[in-house]
Ligand binder design. Structure first.
Ligand code: KIV
Ligand code: ZN
Length: 388
């Protein structure tokens, strides 16, 4: 089995569909070029049949992106697939992604069809898409709530019809890691032609388990993860790209798996997506939140100054940040105050550390975080006191 996990980014499709205001073609292209630089294997650029604007942006991205595969989404309907083929044909390499729901609740309530009819539609859609390209992905929407016997039948039929990637979405973020991992394991055990396709997963975050579920699936052999930058997406969002990439990089000794992500581009891409999509990133968000590399406790700050890996499992540089941040608060010790004053250009002989530290604590107790300009003011007042 391959040791490479493909990163399929759907920021511009699943991510964009959940934004309060849609992005312009120019903004989508800007994001697509950043994703290409980040090293994603496949960029899902949009849903061409859904609107003329989306068609236009998929076409523009297909024309400009050279190093990633450009993908378009389509329902299992000929007109959707034709729109995808039309928008994408200019691309160097492209993929058509077609999907249909497979859970009882979706098949009965939404599609109002029999299971046999849905299999027929899926097979016909994959065959139709194969007329445009050899790279066809098929998704079983709501796979997380689909009966395993029917899911096995659907996956086998889609591969037989020519799907080269089969995606298993947990569309409503319902499963837990043990359950989702077991679905993937059963597919590998029961579907006879499974090794003829890449098994992909697409997890939503309704219970905060999207990344954990994706990882459980990778442990069972899934080799494509669908995700978005900053985890944006429908409702509570999708699996977060930066978390998946950094888990596989940081814990390489455990998994032995690679991705093509250039992790030093993570921060820049996260900022761009947040700004263009008008979606702020929460401060304590893993990898890209403002506090992800900020230390506030004095014990932690002292540890980090003695050896960065005492309290950092990855370096800020590895995700494209200049350095970590030591927040000066009433929990900070003398060591970090001296360190910060040295960084600000002061020699030890310029101040009395005990005196500065005592006034620093008084200020921090009143104010909370003490900034560089506060510290310099304290130094100035103390110097003035001595001169009087
Ligand atoms: O969540 C989902 O099931 C989807 C499919 C279209 C892949 O977004
Ligand atoms: Zn989705």
């Amino acid at each position: 089995m391959s040791q490479h996990v493909k990163i399929f980014d759907t920021t511009l499709r699943d991510g964009e569909q959940a934004l309060p205001a849609s992005l312009t073609v120019k903004e989508k292209l800007q994001i697509a070029l950043a994703l290409e630089k980040l090293g994603v294997d496949i960029i899902e650029a949009g849903f061409p049949v859904s609107s003329p604007g989306d068609f236009e942006s998929v076409k523009t991205i297909a024309k400009e992106v050279k190093n990633s595969i450009v993908c378009g989404l389509s329902r299992a309907l000929p007109k959707d697939i034709d729109a995808c083929g039309e928008a994408l044909r200019i691309a160097e390499r492209f993929r058509i992604h077609t999907f249909i729901a497979t859970s009882d609740i979706h098949v009965g309530t939404k599609l109002k069809k029999s299971q046999d009819e849905v299999v027929e539609m899926a097979v016909a859609a994959v065959k139709h898409a194969r007329q445009y390209t050899d790279d066809v992905e098929f998704s079983c929407e709501d796979a997380g709530r689909t009966h395993i016997d029917y899911l096995c039948r659907m996956v086998e039929s889609a591969i037989k019809a020519g799907a080269t990637t089969v995606n298993i979405p947990d569309t409503v973020g319902y499963t837990t890691p043990t359950e989702f991992g077991s679905i993937i394991q059963q597919l590998f055990n029961r579907v006879p032609n499974i090794d003829q396709a890449t098994i992909s997963v697409h997890c939503h975050n309704d219970l905060g388990l999207a990344v954990a579920n994706s990882l459980a699936a990778v442990e069972q052999g899934a080799r494509q993860v669908e995700c978005t930058v900053n985890g944006i997406g429908e409702r509570a969002g999708n699996s977060s790209l930066e978390e998946i990439a950094m888990i596989l990089q940081t814990r390489n000794e455990r998994y032995g798996l690679t991705t093509s992500i250039n992790s030093q581009e993570i921060h820049r891409t996260s900022k761009l997506v947040s700004q263009l999509c008008n979606m702020p990133v929460q401060a304590n968000k893993a990898i890209v939140g403002a506090n992800a590399f900020a230390h506030s406790s004095g014990i932690h700050q002292d540890g980090v100054l003695k050896g960065q890996n005492t309290y950092e499992i990855m370096t800020p540089e590895s995700v494209g940040l200049n350095k970590n941040q030591l927040n000066l608060t009433s929990r900070s010790g003398r060591h970090v105050i001296k360190h910060r004053l040295t960084e600000l250009g002061y020699a030890e002989s310029d101040y009395d550390l005990e005196e500065v530290y005592a006034s620093f604590l008084r200020l921090a107790d009143k104010k909370g975080q003490v900034f560089d300009y506060d510290l310099e003011a304290l130094l100035f007042f103390n110097q003035q006191k001595h001169e009087e």
